[in-house]
Each structure stands twice: as C-alpha cells, then as structure tokens.
Design a protein around this ligand. Sequence first.
Ligand code: ATP
Ligand code: MG
Length: 434
Amino acid sequence: MIKSIKGFNDILQVATDVSRPCSEWRQLEKTLVNVLDRFGFEQIRLPIVEETQLFARAIGDATDIVEKEMFSFTDKSDPPTPITLRPEGTAGAVRAVIEHNLLRGDNPKLWYMGPMFRYEQPQKGRYRQFHQLGVESFGSELPDADAELIAMTYMMWQSLGIDHELTLQINSLGEPEERRAYRQALVDYLTDKKDQLDADSQRRLSTNPLRILDSKDVNTQALLVDAPKLNEFLGEESQAHFAKVQQYLTTLGIEFDINPKLVRGLDYYNKTVFEWVTDKLGAQATVCAGGRYDGLVGQLKTLKSDSNKPAQSAPAIGFAMGLERLLLLIQAVNPFADTAACDVFVVAHPDVYEQGLKYAQSLRQNRPDLRIKTASATSLKSQMKKADKSGAQLTVILAQDEIDKQQISIKNMQTGEQAVYVDTWLFSAENFAG
Ligand code: ATP
Ligand code: MG
C-alpha cells in the first residue's frame, strides 16, 4: 500500500491525528485575509521551488534551515541546476520584488500563503510540509512600519479570539556592525568556557554564535547569565528605532515583553525582531515570527549582478505565521463554530428526477448563500436516508403528486414536520432565516 510521505499530511474534510478539517482551514484563511484587506496589503503567489543558492545566500549557511532542513534536488538540465522546495517565503518574495522591479517608485506591502518544506522531525505542530501566511513590507526604514505589522498580527489574534493566549516578545539586533561587535564579545566570553557548553552550542561558537542564546540546555543558559548583552552594543540610531517601536506599541495598547535573547534563526534580520508565543502548544510555542531585514534586497541584488560592488538595498520588514500551529491553538482555546455542510437537501422520486435536478439548479442560482445537496436517482427511501445524514435543515421532496399539483413538500429536519407549499416562496431570503 502506497502511503503519504512522512511529515507530509493530507488535510481532509474531517479532523485527523495531524490536521484540522478543511472547513477550519477555510475559516482561518478567510479571517486572516480579511485583516490583510483591511490594512490594504496585496497578495502575491510565488513558485514553490527556487534555486538552492537563493536560500543559501538569503537565509545563511550556518542556520538550521540551510544546514539541515532543506529539501534540495537537482533538475534535469545540463549542467543540472540545484533547486530547493521553499523552506520559507521571504527569500522568494525578495527575489521576485527585485526581478520585477517592484520597488521602483513604490513601497509594496505584500502577503502570500501556502506550503513550506523543511526536513525536520515531525511532531505536534512541526511537519515537513507546513503552511505559512507571510507578509513582507518594503521601502520604509522607519519604526512605524515595524509597528504596523505587529498591529496587524494583533488584530488577527483579536479576530480569531486568541489575543489573550499570545504574548509578544520583541528585541533589537541592531545593525550588522553592532551585531558583529557583540558577536565577538560573546565569542570572547564563551571561548574559555567552551567545554561547559552543550554540543550544538560548541559547534555554533564558530559558525553562528548568536544562536547559542537560543539554546535549551540548562548549563549553557546558566553560563549566559553573566555574558555580555546585545543591547549594550546597540548604537544610538538602533536604540532610538527600538524605543520608537515600543512607543507605537504602547500607543496602540499592545503589550510586549523585551526578550534580550531573542535572536531568530535566520541571518538576514537587523534591528527589530519579534515573536508571538503561547504556552498552550508545548515546545512548538512560536506561532508567528518576524523582523526587519534592511540588507537583504541589496545582498540578493549583488548576487544577481555578478559584481562585487554592493548594490543599493531597500529597507524591509516581514513576518510569517504557522497555520497548523494557529489551528491547534484555536482548537485548544476558542474553537471555530461548526459550519453547516448542507442547508437544503433536494430529494426527487426517480420518475421525476429531472424535475428535481432542475429545481436544485434553480435554487442554487437564486440562493447562492445556501448549500444545496442532492442524491443520485435511487429510491425515494434511500435518498431520504442521505438527506437525514446530511445535516440539512430542510429537505425538499418532489414526487409525481407534487409535480401534478405544482407543489413541493418541505420537511423540517429538526422537528420532522412536513408541509406542502404551492411555490418556492419559502426560499426567498426573508423567509429562510430560521
Ligand atoms: P521553530 O523555532 O519552532 O523551529 P522557526 O524559528 O524555525 O520555528 P520560522 O522560520 O520563524 O520558524 O517560521 C515562522 C513560523 O512558521 C513559526 O513560528 C511556526 O509557527 C511555523 N513553522 C516553522 N517551522 C514549522 C514546521 N516545521 N512545522 C509547522 N510550522 C512551522
Ligand atoms: Mg525551525
């Protein structure tokens, strides 16, 4: 028996061990897109594969994603091109923005939603194919752009009724040169304590020392208590930017915690980084994460131009949220109301089945708000059974008698009452309610 690939899940009309039903996905997506529309952000749809070097360059060689999580292949061209299933959306979005010159005279504010792929150990809230909603806002170096994105995520949580379940953590990574100075100080501090660090952190000391701050190891965390702090290395401009972001958040009534150890796993961030975390999902606590990446546009432009001269960058900030984790959280704290799978079921005796088809078709035409189901042209009894199972509020019954008298019978599926009507008046908008 051929099965789905490990970590790649079917999303069905019913809940499974690893996924909520499609009806919940659709309610979630609708709510999120509605908030994006209210902020005037615009959708983009990007390819699922990109050249491997795009991710390696954008995300950084010494990150978890590039080191061990990418699904990479070569295609059939000659010589073969290394390609990768996208592990995240920012690199592709920046590639597209450069390729199509979208930054010329404009500050695009863009969003996308779709599958991402990472080779990780599957567990609750962590899959190999998962889904993100991502937002990328280009062109403003000012802190209001940071606050706008955070305010938008906050409104999403409010719309979903989960705002009390999520806390906002923010930090500033400063500018690259400030971070470099801090990195050096951290390495200096940790080097003679190297053998007390956990194995991952020992390796990261030379590859990506800032990630050591993220370590879950208790001994490593104990060592970090007296380590130099990133915020002590921020220049005046970075500090002012961070202070202004905080001021905007306070004005908007959005509470936050400053987490000086929040560094994010990807290389491209500078200045503001943020995460929304919950205590309801165990180790998979982060539902949404983002930050500013003012250097990435320039960095990828340089890659494209084959020249060593750094290209002009454009400021940008973005975030991504994991839709599976959001659905788990919603299920845990404020589940979606069931949506009706069916409002009206049309049942027609096999002798007058064509009339039934016609009736259902015209009802759908006139009442696009209703879900109208029919069954195949089997016996009236077996069609009625299907109507019973469908969860419909009303069943319309048509047999020869009804056709002869130009009537329809309507059964209220809750009360079992059945009545005959001369016309379809019941389905006018005013009358259907209730
Ligand atoms: P984590 O620390 O949980 O591995 P991350 O820092 O790798 O997360 P990001 O790259 O910031 O995650 O992605 C943004 C969001 O996408 C995460 O906060 C999470 O909600 C979701 N996400 C990331 N990886 C997965 C995955 N393998 N399965 C499900 N959701 C994921
Ligand atoms: Mg990860």
